[in-house]
Design a protein around this ligand. Sequence first.
Ligand SMILES: *Cc1c(COP(=O)(O)O)cnc(C)c1O
Length: 397
Amino acid sequence: MTDFAKTKSLFHLPAGLLYLDGNSLGPLPRAAADRVGAMMQQEWGDLLVTAWTRADWINQPSRVGNRVGKLIGAPAGSVVMGDTLSIKLYQALASALEMSAERKIILSDSGNFPTDLYMAQGLIKSLDRGYELQLCEPEEIENRLSAEVAVLMLTEVDYRSGRLHDMRSLTEKAHEDGILTIWDLAHSAGALPVRVADCDVDFAVGCSYKYLNSGPGGPAFIYVAPRLVEQVQPALCGWLGHQAPFDFGLDYRPAAGIERMRIGTPPILQLTALEASLDIWDMVDIEDVRAVSIELSSLFIELVEASCPELELASPRDERRRGSQVSFRFEHGYAAMRALINRGLIGDFRAPDIMRFGFTPLYLEAGEVRKAALIIEDVMSNRLWDRPRYHEHSPVT
Ligand SMILES: *Cc1c(COP(=O)(O)O)cnc(C)c1O
């Protein structure tokens, strides 16, 4: 069994704060500051540009990619880090469309994260080849699969409700119709067991600053199935995805394997911070994370439902169909979340009425979940949210 008391001690968690928002931004691993500080002094400071080889910065995106790969069931050499999730999604989609040239439909669901849909809309416009983005309800996906669909593009865990798609079954069904699949694992990586290779998915992308705790702006990851990667023609042809970047040739030739999904200079400081977090992940069995996450989220639902009749559960009650977050609907959810944050309980709000709470066994335990439920009860039963200052919207929710 994973030693969660130990993993908890390895994070900086401000005293008196209940942090139920690690699904949006993971906390600071204590070792990250020293690790990044040492890297800055010894590598950037002392080695300067020679650190690209002497400290092997140049291979850091694939080195770290292999470690992230272990958390999503990807074999070595099939994951690389870099850029933002929006960009990695764009790359995956552009490549997938290129590979099924005759088909024109991109299928996704209304629960997908808006940036994924926006990136698809932008790509469709620039390609100008008659592609169409079709959205349906999450439950309708299966019925909408057909030989007309080029790409099925889904986020495994819905960012609002926490509803978990059946990645294995949908991928299998999509493949029966010759459809390529792109899975966004933003709310899966580090939250639950993921087996991209075993489920035979074609492309997967995700970010590292949520459950993987790399810090704000940490790089995204991209996985391409090894059986496909040599056919992939990257749409964003950056020099570091070139076969021989330092030949400085005038024409693009993709690098072998997953390296071709690299674009430009990688974020070395952020990758180094992520390495400090992955050291903690090395001590963890993701099956244990899932088991404790279910315990914590089920306890939370039970306590909140028992004391707050105004809050309506927006997440699946069936734990097997839920990711690692719990959401409640409340008309004044924004103000209520502001009131909770003011009381030291941090979750977040997603329009129009969703109060969202993330469960992260690496640094959250049952005692804190109980305390959180008591604060919610107090805020709700005493209408503490109903103060003018809690109703003023800030640009980030
Ligand atoms: C968090 C999240 C994003 C964020 O994309 P960035 O480019 O990292 O800002 C994208 N997609 C999903 C599904 C997310 O949950």
